[in-house]
Design a protein around this ligand. Structure first.
Ligand code: FES
Length: 102
């Protein structure tokens, strides 16, 4: 299991290897934004991976193309629906404060 620390609240959740960060978030907060149901089409699941980036899958071309359309994207940006937990190291993410109950 990988521990995901969610900033700014500092809450931690556990994620099994092979699932998306979005899936891990939804297990703990079904209201977390995911308007396109994880198809890299909406951008509502945008997060920043602050630490442990080697512990998540690489950015795919499809994800990169969607990120290019989102305002406020940085070098640590990911779509939670496309970033898969590899299980090699713990992860610290930052979510937009208004995005959910975390
Ligand atoms: S849920 Fe739509 S891009 Fe991730």
């Amino acid at each position: 299991m990988t521990t995901i620390t969610i900033m700014p609240s500092g809450k931690t959740i556990e994620a099994a290897e092979g699932i998306s960060i979005l899936a891990a978030l939804l297990e703990n907060d079904p209201e977390f934004p995911h308007k396109c149901n994880g198809n890299a089409k909406c951008g509502s699941c945008h997060i920043f991976v602050q630490e442990g980036r080697k512990g998540v899958s690489r950015v795919t071309r499809e994800e990169n193309e969607k990120l290019d359309t989102i305002v406020g994207v940085g070098s640590k940006s990911r779509l939670a629906c496309q970033a898969t937990v590899l299980g090699t190291e713990d992860i610290r993410i930052e979510i937009l404060g208004f995005a959910s109950g975390f």
